[in-house]
Design a protein around this ligand. Structure first.
Ligand code: BGC
Length: 448
């Protein structure tokens, strides 16, 4: 048995995202987002679920803030619904949207919970998608306009900002694999989107600096993964590196070194896609940030798979347990990914902006025994501690998610919450993992 002792100054948090929890999709002037459209397109989301009601957090935010307060986290990471603020993407501002976030943020602050605000967690206004979405460079300007408004409006209250959540999902998963909104399957589109997201991020950071938010910190939250080569064969090592490259380096290298990885530029070119870089873009992308958010869920041992197209890295079933969504549990990958990022990209402080597990345990006698989630968190926080011990500058750990919620293409079938949601009554029931996490936050100590 190992004792895990965490630094006293490590910050803890919980996270959610607007479309996944708010509901109130047609209230108080909110415009439509690409997720409204996508989820209402037959066949795109399991069960035909959508975010019209979700956890109804728009109306129940006070109860949710109390749940966070009880849990005892230092921070709450939430996202703003862009179409609640700009129903048409640009132009007229919806005051009622701003009012809602003021109420939420005030409630957090009154309860000593630090707000961490994500500007873009995937719900692009549909009006912008109608003009090409992120593939159209005008969306960069629209995003900066939205970001500036938010900085001006909330800069006095919100000190931690994240521009974009998981740019890999926004670009490749949504525009090449087609699994998320807007559901395209075009590699060139995905590459264009990935570049525009990074430019939008850089421009927003620049605006943030120009506005001089006192004590403000800003970063971005890319995806991550880890692929451990199954053998010492060069092709296995290359395939694993490429996979890590697609997810991590394609975004980190421009952010921290002002360039895209050559071998990936070449790889995409071979598959027919080119990165279109306008003058000044790379400098903008490299605009210094205060922290980098990293989301980690899974990784695996993997090898090269012949004749398999763009993604040629095949996971090997090593018999690791999987969470209920089917993702292999691989805490070692968390440790390796963090040391890789640190070695390659330097000492920028890191927040783990998401880590968590899907277990679909239900309520029995007012309790939810989600031991699988507790074990997942135990092993991952232990891996995090090892990474910190070896010098990775981690400032905070934010668990995904406070609530069970709308799990994108999986609808309500997959549950990641520390708090169970009954989607019929919207009743909230803290799970065993909630009480476990509460203890860890208090004690910074547990046994593995
Ligand atoms: C996203 C969340 C999502 C979670 C679990 C991340 O990719 O940022 O919105 O619910 O993973 O799939």
């Amino acid at each position: 048995m190992a004792i895990i002792q965490l630094p006293q100054d490590l910050k803890f948090g919980v996270a959610t995202a607007a479309y996944q929890i708010e509901g109130a999709a047609n209230e108080d002037g909110r415009g439509q987002s690409i997720w409204d459209t996508f989820s209402k397109t037959p066949g795109k989301v399991d069960n035909g679920d959508n975010g019209d009601i979700a956890c109804d957090s728009y109306h129940r935010y006070e109860e949710d803030v109390q749940l966070i307060k009880e849990l005892g986290t230092d921070m709450y990471r939430f996202s703003v619904s862009w179409p609640r603020i700009f129903p048409n993407g640009t132009g007229e501002v919806n005051q009622k949207g701003l009012d809602y976030y003021h109420k939420l943020v005030d409630a957090l602050i009154q309860n000593d919970i630090e707000p961490m605000c994500t500007l873009y967690h995937w719900d692009l206004p549909q009006a912008l998608q109608d003009k090409g979405g992120w593939a159209n460079r005008d969306t960069i300007e629209a995003f900066v306009q939205y970001a500036e408004l938010m900085f001006q409006e909330f800069g006095g209250k919100i000190k931690k900002w994240i521009t974009i959540n998981e740019p890999w999902c926004v670009s490749f998963l949504s525009n090449y694999i087609g699994e998320h909104a807007p559901g395209h399957t075009d590699l060139q589109l995905a590459v264009d989107v990935s570049h525009h997201l990074l430019v939008a991020h850089g421009k927003a950071v620049k605006a943030f600096r120009r506005l001089g938010i006192e004590n403000g910190e800003i970063g971005i939250a890319p995806n991550s993964t880890w692929k451990e080569p199954f053998s010492t064969e060069q092709e296995d090592k290359d395939a694993c590196q490429r996979e890590i490259g697609f997810i991590i380096d394609w975004f980190f290298e421009p952010l921290f070194k002002g360039q895209y990885p050559d071998y990936l530029v070449e790889w995409y070119k071979q598959k027919g896609a080119t990165v279109h870089i306008a003058e000044g873009d790379m400098k903008l992308i490299q605009e210094p940030i205060d922290f980098v958010g990293i989301n980690y869920y899974d990784g695996s041992v993997a090898r090269y798979k012949k004749n398999s197209g763009l993604f040629d890295c095949e996971m090997i079933d090593m018999g690791y347990n999987r969470t209920d969504i089917g993702w292999p549990i691989y805490p070692e990958g968390f440790y390796k990914m963090l040391t890789y990022v640190h070695n390659k990209y330097g000492d920028t402080p890191i927040y783990i902006t998401e880590n968590g597990a899907c277990y679909n345990d239900d309520v029995h006698n007012n309790e939810v025994n989600d031991i699988g989630r507790i074990n997942y968190l135990k092993t991952h926080i232990a891996a995090l501690q090892r990474a910190m011990d070896s010098g990775v500058p981690v400032k905070g750990y934010i668990c995904w998610s406070l609530l069970d919620n709308f799990e994108w293409a999986k609808g309500y079938t997959m549950r990641f919450g520390l708090v169970h949601i009954n989607y019929r009554t919207l009743e909230r029931t803290p799970k065993d993992s909630y009480y476990w996490y509460q203890k860890i936050i208090q004690n910074k100590w547990y046994e593995l």
